[in-house]
Design a protein around this ligand. Structure first.
Ligand SMILES: Nc1ncnc2c1ncn2[C@@H]1O[C@H](COP(=O)(O)OP(=O)(O)OP(=O)(O)O)[C@@H](O)[C@H]1O
Length: 238
């Protein structure tokens, strides 16, 4: 259920500039954006358009040069570095292109470790079951396929019970069939479990399964499209 009365994120006039010697790079340039509760959001843009910069700001990994990033009305820039670290740890689940599992820990232990770092008991097995990997709980990452490893990474993000799952090219390292399985898991945790999910990608096909698509170009929001009838992941083709 999408609740358009509740904004998970509200960005006002957000810019992120980098000084490169004499040159100033505007990685993000005066971006305004709302993300509503319950939405599956896709941020789409070509290489260099500012997608990772945006994800870093939303996830509290970086701070804007100008403007405000509000998370449920909390201005993230007002948080100290320690408070921002706590925000990242407690509120945001990250899923990256290259899974980043600890190779010497089993699937279950990888998920348990994330819960422990967040200071939670966390039912790691429940989240492995949710992504369909309960039977592989005792496998080491090297024995899992790329798609299975990514599902462990999603379970690891979920076990903290975060407010939002931020995914940076989650299917980027996967073949088409495996990518669809991972998108199915993300769709299910959004539509069935009600998690806020944001996927950042250059793969335009994925936009068809989103409730809201944000098109980035040269650091600016080109347009935002609301999709009243998102397709099932299995209908997405690339
Ligand atoms: N730390 C940095 N220092 C200098 N410039 C940077 C830095 N990070 C990003 N940029 C520049 O900001 C712009 C946006 O980069 P960003 O990584 O956000 O784009 P992206 O859309 O995620 O690209 P890709 O799909 O290739 O990962 C690019 O021009 C990039 O070179």
């Amino acid at each position: 259920m999408i609740d358009t009365n509740t904004r998970v994120y509200h960005l006002e006039n957000v810019s992120r500039l980098y000084e490169m010697g004499e040159v100033e790079v505007r990685a993000l340039d005066r971006v305004d954006l709302d993300v509503f509760k319950g939405e599956f959001t896709v941020v789409l843009g070509p290489s260099g358009s500012g997608k990772s910069t945006l994800l870093n700001l939303l996830g509290g990994l970086d701070r804007p040069t100008h403007g405000r990033v509000l998370f449920y009305d909390q201005d993230l820039n007002e948080l100290s570095d320690n408070e921002l670290a706590k925000f990242r740890r407690d509120k945001v689940g990250f899923v990256f292109q290259f899974f980043n599992l600890v190779p010497t820990l089993t699937a279950l232990e990888n998920v348990e470790l994330a819960a422990a770092i967040a200071g939670l008991k966390g039912d790691a097995k429940k989240y492995l079951d949710l992504v369909g990997l309960g039977p592989r709980a005792d496998s080491f990452p090297s024995r899992l396929s790329g798609g299975e490893q990514q599902r462990v990474a999603i379970a690891r993000a979920l076990v903290k019970e975060p407010e939002i799952i931020l995914c940076d090219e989650p299917t980027g390292a996967l073949d088409y069939e495996t990518g669809i399985v991972v998108l199915r898991v993300l769709a299910d945790i959004n539509r069935q479990v009600g998690h806020n999910v944001m996927v950042i990608t250059h793969n335009a096909a994925i936009a068809a399964m989103a409730d809201r698509v944000v098109f980035l170009r040269s650091g600016r929001i080109d347009r935002v499209e609301v999709n009243s009838s998102p397709v099932e992941p299995e209908e997405v083709k690339w």
